[in-house]
Design a protein around this ligand. Structure first.
Ligand SMILES: Cc1ncc(COP(=O)(O)O)c(C=O)c1O
Length: 395
């Protein structure tokens, strides 16, 4: 016997990609651009901080982390979003998590009740989307309602009141994976006000918040400040994975509504991966340093310059305001993925694997591929040249 809700999960996109390319040989030195795993070297201060306190590996870490960690995160948030000094109470507002993935998943367990006015609760998910959102909603027993996000993070105020009355949780990603669109402050504010009006939680995934082209994307905390009433109905998720190029460190945080943070802490005491103390120490050092983040952005900008050079305005390329993905319009995403692998050794992800068919049966990712610009600029230059040539030849 097992949980029958698991049947509602599709294979994860990377398993589907493995199945698609099974038995096909790469037509060049393989380069993996399918996964958003930053490959820039992490700053030296990471290794230094990790080596500083070996004795801490001998201790079970507290679920809520250390006061020093929470203070470091609060200080970073204060600088990044220009918050007044006393706006955040680190002990009530901030919880460390082992990367945002697990925390975004647990958010549904935290927020979805058995029923809302006798009806099945709804979880709102932008479409296309980071796959964890829908899996989290389904396993929590909710109905997942996909909302068109082709043009960027959606405005949930457009949904009918009858539907909104059943919403327990709404995910929003800004900058968005895969499209790179950024929610402006008005949109964030409208979505948070809506969450308060209908009593649901807005789960704002900001893990690409430090990977931007020109303007720093606004954050959920700024929207909350605009509205007043503290951080009610809001959970913001962030991690060091993309900001500091350390996806293997598994270090992130949730900041938000103190009641939700208290319940989240209790939930994580049962089922959460707790961050080891040396990882918390290293995280303090990373959140306290901006130089390596600025250097990261310089590299990403250089890679989008390369994309402009090799792609121009072909294949639906438009330089995104945030994130590190190309979201290219190639006609048939699966066919293009196979061709890029077989002719050029480039592994990308079919866009359809990151989306679900809408009410008309149209999958908004169908004609697309997602290409992660995570390698160094020289590698990316070579890959983009091969990619453009292969797409031009047709498949
Ligand atoms: C949109 C989005 N959210 C969350 C995550 C999870 O990142 P992490 O768990 O490393 O913080 C990813 C990783 O690719 C992502 O693309």
């Amino acid at each position: 016997m097992r949980n029958n809700r698991l049947d509602a999960l599709t294979d994860y996109p990377f398993q589907r990609l493995t199945a698609l390319l099974e038995g096909l040989r790469p037509g060049g030195p393989p380069i993996v651009m399918s996964i958003g795993e930053p490959q820039h070297a992490p700053p030296a201060l990471l290794a230094e901080a990790l080596a500083r306190s070996p004795a801490l590996w001998g201790k079970y870490p507290p679920v809520a982390g250390t006061p020093e960690f929470r203070a470091a995160v609060a200080a970073w948030l204060g600088r990044r979003y220009a918050l007044p000094a006393d706006y955040l109470a680190p002990d009530r507002h901030i919880l460390p998590v082992a990367g945002t993935r697990e925390a975004l998943y647990m958010a549904a367990t935290l927020c979805v009740p058995d029923s809302i006015d006798g009806q099945k609760p709804i979880v709102l998910v932008p479409n296309p989307f980071y796959q964890v959102y829908s899996g989290a909603g389904l396993i929590a027993g909710a109905e997942v309602q996909f909302v068109d996000a082709r043009m960027g993070p959606p405005d949930y105020t457009r949904l009918p009141d009858a539907l909104l009355a059943r919403v327990a949780l709404a995910y929003l990603c800004s900058p968005a994976n895969p499209q790179g669109g950024v929610a402006n402050l008005d949109l964030l504010t409208r979505n948070l006000a809506l969450a308060r009006r209908f009593g649901f939680t807005l789960a704002l995934d900001e893990c690409y918040g430090e990977i931007y082209d020109r303007e720093p994307p606004p954050g959920g905390l700024e929207a909350a400040r605009r509205l007043g009433s503290g951080l009610k109905n809001l959970l913001v998720f962030n991690s060091l994975s993309k900001r500091s190029s350390v996806p293997g460190l598994r270090s992130g945080f949730v900041v938000g509504d103190p009641e939700l943070i208290a319940a989240f802490t209790r939930l994580r005491s049962y089922g959460g991966a707790v961050l080891p103390l040396p990882i918390l120490e290293a995280s303090i050092a990373l959140w306290g340093d901006e130089a390596h983040v600025v250097a990261n952005r310089v590299l990403y900008r250089a890679k989008f310059d390369l994309a402009e050079r090799f792609l121009g305005n072909r294949f639906g390329f438009a330089r995104p305001p945030g994130g590190f993905f190309l979201w290219l319009d190639v006609g048939d995403g699966e066919a293009a993925t196979k061709a890029l692998w077989q002719k050029a050794g480039i592994r990308v992800l079919p866009g359809a694997y990151l989306a679900r068919p809408d009410e008309q049966g149209v999958n908004p990712g169908q004609g697309r591929i997602r290409v992660a610009l995570v390698h160094d600029p020289d590698t990316v230059a070579g890959a983009l040249e091969r990619l453009a040539r292969t797409l031009e030849e047709g498949y």
